[in-house]
Design a protein around this ligand. Structure first.
Ligand code: AMP
Length: 231
């Protein structure tokens, strides 16, 4: 399963990518998380990208191509992946085509959410400083840690002026990527302005209309109960 989740900042890509990756048994690859970790650890990649990220700008296509190429070469991605945050430009989409040649079809799901709701979400969201997953929107503000034990923090680039810049960058640089995939019939659009579980269900159905699933009520995780691609 080769999936790209695409959508503006605050659309819920991180949350949904984590659910879908778990359900399908493939890694979630968040380019934003990889870059944030590189900045935290002070490695050369982090130093090179910190300014662009602080401004809400995109990191260069060349840097992103190398990063994603390396990550997709890991054995855990050999049977598929959920990409969260890549591609963000048409040049990156072309790069991705080359990187996954021979790996089966690519499915692209766009999460669509109105701009006013995106800004509201970005002003409130907290993310885990360890695993990078967003705190559930229903989590009380008194909750300070993620289920993995990591501390929940605000993202500096969710500050309103930077968030507005990131939305503008999305419209300018990433909207053409939607057209790129639409033209080849690979794009499915899901309403991201619904409760989290409903969005997850719609994504799973957009990926595979035969996906037969239930929510494990005890653990709140998606569980597959039919083998792949059998009816
Ligand atoms: P995200 O966590 O996906 O919202 O990404 C946070 C920031 O990382 C973005 O605002 C960009 O500065 C950078 N970034 C992440 N993915 C990409 C990408 N595919 N291309 C360029 N910049 C990226």
């Amino acid at each position: 399963m080769n999936l790209v989740l695409i959508g503006p900042p605050g659309a819920g890509k991180g949350t949904q990518a984590a659910c879908v990756a778990l359900a399908w048994g493939v890694p979630r690859i968040s380019t934003g998380d990889i870059l944030r970790r590189a900045i935290e650890s002070g490695e050369p990649l982090g130093v090179a990208v910190a300014d662009a990220m602080t401004r809400g700008d995109l990191v260069s296509d060349e840097v992103m191509a190398e990063l994603v190429s390396n990550r997709l070469a890991h054995p855990d991605a050999s049977h598929g992946f959920v990409l969260d945050g890549f591609p963000r430009t048409v040049a990156q989409a072309v790069t991705l085509d080359g990187l996954i040649e021979g790996r089966g079809p690519l499915t692209v799901v766009e999460l669509s959410v109105p701009a006013s709701e995106l800004l509201r979400r970005l002003s409130q969201r907290r993310v885990c400083s360890v695993c990078g997953v967003n705190a559930a929107s229903s989590a009380p503000s008194s909750q300070s840690s993620c289920p993995c034990g990591g501390e929940l923090v605000l993202r500096p680039d969710d500050d309103e002026s930077v968030a507005r810049e990131r939305l503008a960058v999305y419209t300018r640089a990433t909207s053409p990527v939607l057209e790129f995939y639409k033209a080849r019939g690979a794009l499915r659009t899901v309403n991201g302005n619904l409760p989290e579980n409903d969005v997850t269900e719609r994504i799973n159905l957009a990926i595979d209309p035969l996906f037969d699933k239930y929510i494990d009520e005890l653990h709140g995780t998606w569980t597959r109960r039919t083998p792949f691609f059998t009816s």
